[in-house]
Each structure stands twice: as structure tokens, then as C-alpha cells.
Design a protein around this ligand. Structure first.
Ligand SMILES: *[C@@H]1O[C@H](CO)[C@@H](O)[C@H](O)[C@H]1NC(C)=O
Ligand SMILES: *[C@@H]1O[C@H](CO)[C@@H](O)[C@H](O)[C@H]1NC(C)=O
Ligand SMILES: *[C@@H]1O[C@H](CO)[C@@H](O)[C@H](O)[C@H]1NC(C)=O
Ligand SMILES: *[C@@H]1O[C@H](CO)[C@@H](O)[C@H](O)[C@H]1NC(C)=O
Ligand SMILES: *[C@@H]1O[C@H](CO)[C@@H](O)[C@H](O)[C@H]1NC(C)=O
Ligand SMILES: [Cu+2]
Length: 643
């Protein structure tokens, strides 16, 4: 790839109501649209290529593209960003001046979104511009920092670049990880761009936003030992407060508070980072697994460090089909998981509110990236044989049966390099992008053109009547008093017994780019219930008393009954400010109760979480323990049930 340089760019967007007092939310209603479960639908036009994408408000998705020749204009130059309204399917171009080519992103604890990193100003076909201070043809700028307050109340907000907040070093392909205090760690990247990283332009450091140390970058050894495929290192803040970093074949636990790196065994079978680009996610954190984190990596490509050269036909090289997972805070060893049905690079996992993971996008051969005038590329693309068939991964299913395609139709759109996806509040997924080109490229002879069509995918629950819970809160604390949410018999699908299969799920949808959603996380709150013959009250704990389980900032809140989610509400986690979060002891939940003869039974729900329950207590990864708190005698069909 003949990319030029990388200069930091940060774009901001504040979401949700940060400092507002906690309020009780109106009950969510039903989805505004219909869709066919298991199918994709083409819904609109993103105006720019969706290289980066995130859900900023309940109905607005923000898209940021690299500098390129999109036909849509704004302020006398092509648009490189848009705001896509998922209710109306109308996109509004937004102005971005600096070149946000292959940025990372995330959301701060006060609700402000960041888009970090980028490229030098370019002219057509991604060639470096003669001036980095603006000028023809695009009048774009060398990267910088920009801010946006997302349009919570109107449609007039804009990105704002702020050179005063530039990072101290150049980062092309950085990763962002939101921390326990709502600040953000920015890791890695390279200085000038290219297909992969190289010692000559590596940036083996991290820094924080807001800056710590006066902004001086901190060295990170793993980024010196994992060249060249160590761009966009895959990171997850763990409940222990450490960070797992996986990049190229290397893996470590990083104790960032003490700046100590603990090297782990290499990841088996394949490279999962860009350009191999495996799918990755943290599995749901639930009361049943004691909010213990397991991370999963699927697909990618088994390419050795000396093979990342453009002198062989990478586009026809078969991708990897293995999945591996690790539960780093408990046992930092790799375990093989079920294999993908076919090899896949650039698959993108999306956590659904029912606790399953949806996988979309990608290709069976080749890798991410593109090259100009590379003899073997497919009209620039370094991947071929796109996969349009989605998958559902159920982490709670027995090994050997976790992947399923039952009831799922294929998409009609090939989506490979520079594709994105995010969960929406109605439980559908929006999918956009694919642009394996240095510039906007369409035409009858182009195999994999620049793609502007946005699609929605409708999971199996989509058309079921959604619960309409009363009493959800606009803001949750770490620990503290529980609150009550009421559900009618209709909300419980006509069976009061479904209260025993009702969950409250907090879902951070994350910042989607390059087959990963940075910050994506699914946390189930602890609950108990008081049921009557007519309805039920769900007693809902606040967030677990540990902000490393899910960092402060905006997230969606769903009530999920027997696998059917309510429409999600955008709420604030924590106090809405960047800084150490107040943590208090969780109030004990009332003992669950359900009248004798009410409801159809007491079996635990399926399709979510990674643990199960039995009459002796909660089962965590094979270990059995009783958690202090709600333990109930349930006098329905089964005699004794722990809740
Ligand atoms: C969030 O914090 C950042 C860093 O201090 C600041 O630039 C931004 O304006 C804040 N956003 C809000 C909504 O207060
Ligand atoms: C759950 O995790 C917490 C924090 O790691 C730990 O203190 C507690 O003992 C665990 N509980 C069980 C039942 O394993
Ligand atoms: C690619 O090849 C064409 C035709 O040979 C040439 O005109 C063009 O300058 C080349 N582009 C690059 C970026 O090398
Ligand atoms: C859907 O995709 C799968 C996997 O790529 C393929 O085997 C199947 O033939 C496709 N189905 C249709 C109807 O195109
Ligand atoms: C929640 O419901 C329980 C029992 O149904 C009741 O005792 C308690 O006062 C309620 N709490 C709040 C905060 O309303
Ligand atoms: Cu890229």
C-alpha cells in the first residue's frame, strides 16, 4: 500500500446526558420499523465510506472516512464524514478537515467520543499533498485533534479540529482503550503508514487522554517484539484492572498502573491483528460467570513476520478458521474453541443483547489492505472470495455447537477492507463500508467497489413483542442501591415464569473500524424478582462495584426477557465525569419470590452468558460457588432454584 504518513487526529462527540441528575426513563416502546428476522436489508446511503462508525445517540450513527474523492461535497470539498439517522435513513455530510485515515476511537467517561490518529494531507489516490496546511485539490489538513458534540437535541453539531490537543507523536493505526476513570489509553501505531509496520517507523509507545506525564509517551516493549503486524493492537481492560494486549503472535498482560508487562504464550494458529484481521470480542460478563472476562479471537491469517511482503499472491492465500479464547484473570492460557465453518479474515463480531455474538463481513482469502499497481491485487484489494454469510456464536452453548447459521440468510453485499458494523438500540445491527481502494473507486469493472450502501441485519428476536420495562434509570453507579423495574404479563410474553429468564444488559456498542469494535462490552446486572399473578417487579442492582468491569461513559441498557430484548435506552455509566469513580457496596437484593403455581417453570434462560446455574449455586466455568446475595426458594414447578 502506498499510504503516506500518520498524524494524530482526534475528533470528539459528546453523547448522552453527562451531568444530569439520575432520572427514571419513560418505558421504551416497540421498534419503529419491521424487518425480516435472520435477514439483511439495504436501508440507505452513508454518503462517505464507513471506515469508522459508532452509535452516538439512540438514533444517530457517526461515520468518519479518510480523505478521498467522495462525490458528496461540503464546504467546497468532498465530505469525509457523515451523521446517519437510523430512523429516517437520511445521512447528513459533516465537515472534517484533517485526514482521518485509519484512526482509532472510543468514548470518554464524560460521554465525549474520540477519533484518534490519521494521515498526512493527501491529493487524489492517497498521494501525499504538496502542502500539509491545506490546498488543492482537497484542501485537507495534516491530522490533528477535532471535537464534536453529538446531536442529542438537534441536527446541527459538527466536528471541530483542535490543534492545541494534538498528541505528542504520530500514530497511524492506534488502538484506544477506555480506563476505569473514563480516561483513554492510546497505544501503538506507526509514523508514516504502509501495508504493515516496520522498525524504521514503529511507535512502540502509549499515551493517555487527557494527557498524563505531560504527554510524554511511555514505552511498550511488546510493540517492539511483534513487528511487523502490530498495528491496531487488540486490547481489553480486564476486571482485574490489567489490560490484555494481543498483537501479531504476541500476547501479554499489561499492568498499566505500575507499567509492568507480563508476557504470555503466543496466540496459536494465526495472526489476529490487522492486516490478518481476525474477529474479536470480550464475551458477556454476567452474574453467572462472576463478571469474569473471556476474550475470543476467530479467523485471521497465519502469516509469519517475514511473509508480510507484497511479492506473493496474498489475496489468494486461505485465511485462518480457528477460534481461540482465554480467561486472563483466572488462567492466562489459550484454549481452542469451535472452528469457524470457513476461513475468514476481517470478520466482525457484534455482541447482541441476548448474549450471543453476530459475525458479519470478511473474506475467505487474503487480508486487509490494498495496493496500487500490485500485479496480483483484485483491483487494489488484498482480499478475495468475500463471505456474505453471517454467523451466530453462542458462548453458552456446549463446545462443538457454538456457531450456527440456522435461519440466517446471506447479505447481497461484499464487505471486506474498511467495513464496519454496530448494534443499534432496536437490537438490529447496522453494517456499512467496504473500500479496498486508495480513493473513491466505482464502476462496472471494479470487483469490490467503494460501498456506500448501509444494511440492517435483524436477529431472530426482531419481530417479537418487546418488553416495555418501567423504571429504568438514566444513570447507573458502581455499587449502591438497587432499583425496581416493573414488567407486565405481556412484557413477559404472557408467562410470568419468564421473570426467571429476565436479564438487564448494559451494552457498550464501541467504535467500529477494521473488523474490531474498540470498547465493545456486554455486562449483565445482578437481579432478583417479586412476581405476582399479573406481573413482576425486577429488582436490579447497579453496576458491579468495579469500574474495570465496564468503564464509565454512555452505553445502552436493555431488559431481555427469555432472549427478547426491549428497545435499548442510552444511559450514562458512572458519574458522567472523567476521574476516579465513586464505588459503594452493592445493596443486597430482595429474595426472589413467585407465587406457587404461577409461571411455567424455573429453567434458566439459554443463549446468553457463559455460565449456567444449578440447584447448588452458580456455576462458573466448572467451579461451583454460592454468591452472597439473592438466594431464593421458588415454589413453582422445580422445588429449589437459586437465583
Ligand atoms: C470531556 O472531557 C474532555 C477532556 O477533558 C473535554 O475536552 C470534553 O469537552 C469533555 N466533554 C464534556 C461533554 O464535558
Ligand atoms: C467473584 O469475583 C470477585 C472479584 O474478583 C472475587 O472477590 C469473588 O471471590 C468472586 N466470587 C466468586 C463466588 O467466585
Ligand atoms: C500505476 O501504474 C500506472 C500505469 O502504469 C501509472 O500511470 C501510475 O502512475 C502508477 N501509480 C502509482 C501510484 O504508482
Ligand atoms: C451463502 O454463503 C455461504 C457461505 O459463503 C455459501 O455457501 C452459500 O452458498 C450462500 N448461499 C446463498 C443462497 O447464496
Ligand atoms: C422495590 O420493591 C420492593 C419489593 O417489591 C420494595 O420493598 C422496595 O421498597 C422497592 N424499592 C424501591 C426503591 O422502590
Ligand atoms: Cu485502514
Amino acid at each position: 500500500m502506498r499510504r503516506s504518513s500518520a498524524v494524530p487526529l482526534v475528533l470528539f462527540a459528546s453523547a448522552a446526558s453527562s451531568l444530569a441528575a439520575v432520572s427514571t426513563l419513560a418505558a421504551p416502546g416497540q421498534p419503529l420499523k419491521t424487518g425480516t428476522p435472520g435477514q439483511f436489508e439495504i436501508v440507505g446511503n452513508t454518503l462517505v465510506s464507513a471506515q469508522q462508525l459508532f452509535l452516538g445517540t439512540e438514533n444517530k450513527v457517526y461515520i468518519v472516512d479518510k480523505t478521498e474523492n467522495n462525490p458528496t461535497q461540503i464546504n467546497q470539498h468532498p465530505a469525509w464524514a457523515s451523521e446517519y439517522n437510523v430512523d429516517t435513513n437520511v445521512a447528513r455530510p459533516m465537515d472534517v478537515l484533517s485526514n482521518s485515515f485509519c484512526a482509532g476511537g472510543g468514548v470518554l467517561g464524560n460521554g465525549t467520543w474520540m477519533n484518534v490518529g490519521g494521515n498526512q494531507a493527501v491529493t487524489y489516490q492517497g498521494a501525499t499533498a504538496p502542502s500539509q496546511l491545506g490546498g488543492p485539490p482537497y484542501d485537507d489538513l495534516d491530522g490533528g485533534l477535532a471535537f464534536l458534540d453529538v446531536c442529542a437535541n438537534d441536527d446541527n453539531c459538527n466536528w471541530v479540529d483542535n490543534p492545541a490537543l494534538y498528541m505528542s507523536t504520530r500514530r497511524w493505526y492506534p488502538t484506544l482503550e477506555t480506563l476505569e476513570d473514563g480516561s483513554i489509553m492510546i497505544l501503538g501505531g506507526c509514523l508514516w503508514g504502509g501495508f504493515v509496520n516496520a522498525a524504521s517507523q514503529n511507535n512502540p509507545t502509549l499515551e493517555y487522554f487527557p494527557p498524563r506525564n505531560g504527554g510524554t509517551p511511555i514505552g511498550l516493549n511488546i510493540l517492539t517484539t511483534t513487528l511487523p503486524a502490530n498495528l491496531y493492537p487488540i486490547t481489553y481492560l480486564l476486571p482485574s484492572g490489567n489490560i490484555i494486549i494481543q498483537t501479531n503472535f504476541g500476547t501479554e498482560i499489561y499492568d498499566y498502573k505500575n507499567n509492568v508487562e507480563h508476557t504470555l504464550a503466543n496466540i496459536p494458529h494465526a495472526v489476529r491483528t490487522y492486516p490478518a484481521s481476525g474477529a474479536t470480542a470480550m464475551l458477556p460478563l454476567t452474574p453467572a460467570n462472576n463478571w469474569t472476562a473471556t476474550v475470543i479471537f476467530c479467523g485471521g491469517s497465519n502469516i509469519k513476520p517475514d511473509q508480510w511482503v507484497e511479492t506473493w499472491h496474498i489475496a489468494q492465500y486461505t485465511a485462518d478458521k480457528t477460534c481461540v479464547r482465554m480467561t486472563p484473570d483466572v488462567s492466562a492460557v489459550w484454549e481452542d474453541d469451535d472452528m469457524l465453518p470457513e476461513p475468514r479474515s476481517m470478520g466482525n463480531f457484534i455482541l447482541l443483547p441476548d448474549g450471543t455474538l453476530f459475525m458479519t463481513n470478511g473474506a475467505m482469502t487474503g487480508v486487509a489492505g490494498y495496493g496500487v499497481n500490485i500485479s496480483w491485487s483484485i483491483h487494489d484489494s488484498y482480499a478475495d472470495h468475500p463471505i456474505t454469510a453471517p454467523l451466530i456464536y453462542d458462548p453458552g452453548a456446549p463446545a462443538g455447537s457454538r456457531f450456527s447459521r440456522a435461519g440466517l440468510a446471506n447479505s447481497t453485499i461484499n464487505r471486506m477492507y474498511h467495513s464496519t458494523a454496530t448494534l443499534l438500540p432496536d437490537g438490529s445491527v447496522i453494517i456499512a463500508g467496504s473500500n479496498p481502494h486508495p480513493d473513491y473507486t466505482v464502476g462496472p469493472n471494479i470487483e469490490y467497489p467503494t460501498e456506500y450502501r448501509a444494511e440492517r441485519f435483524y436477529p431472530s428476536y426482531y419481530n417479537k413483542r418487546r418488553p416495555q420495562p418501567q423504571g429504568l434509570l438514566s444513570q447507573l453507579s458502581y455499587g449502591g442501591s438497587y432499583f425496581n423495574v416493573t414488567l407486565t404479563k405481556d412484557d413477559l410474553a404472557g408467562d410470568i415464569g419468564n421473570i426467571q429468564k429476565t436479564k438487564v444488559v448494559i451494552s457498550r456498542t464501541g467504535f467500529s473500524t477494521h473488523a474490531m469494535n474498540m470498547g465493545m462490552r456486554h455486562v449483565e446486572l445482578d437481579v432478583s424478582y417479586t412476581a405476582t399473578a399479573d406481573g413482576a417487579t425486577l429488582h436490579v442492582s447497579q453496576l458491579p462495584a468495579n469500574s474495570a468491569i465496564i468503564a464509565p461513559g454512555p452505553a445502552l441498557c436493555f431488559v431481555v426477557t427469555n432472549g427478547v430484548p426491549s428497545v435499548g435506552k442510552m444511559i450514562m455509566l458512572g458519574n458522567g465525569q472523567i476521574g476516579q469513580q465513586p464505588v459503594t457496596t452493592p445493596q443486597k437484593l430482595p429474595v426472589s419470590s413467585i407465587p406457587a403455581g404461577v409461571g411455567s417453570g424455573s429453567s434458566s434462560g439459554s443463549g446468553s452468558g457463559s455460565g449456567g446455574k444449578n440447584a447448588a449455586g452458580r456455576v462458573f466455568d466448572g467451579k461451583t460457588a454460592v454468591i452472597a446475595g439473592a438466594v431464593a426458594l421458588v415454589s413453582s414447578a422445580a422445588a429449589l432454584v437459586m437465583v
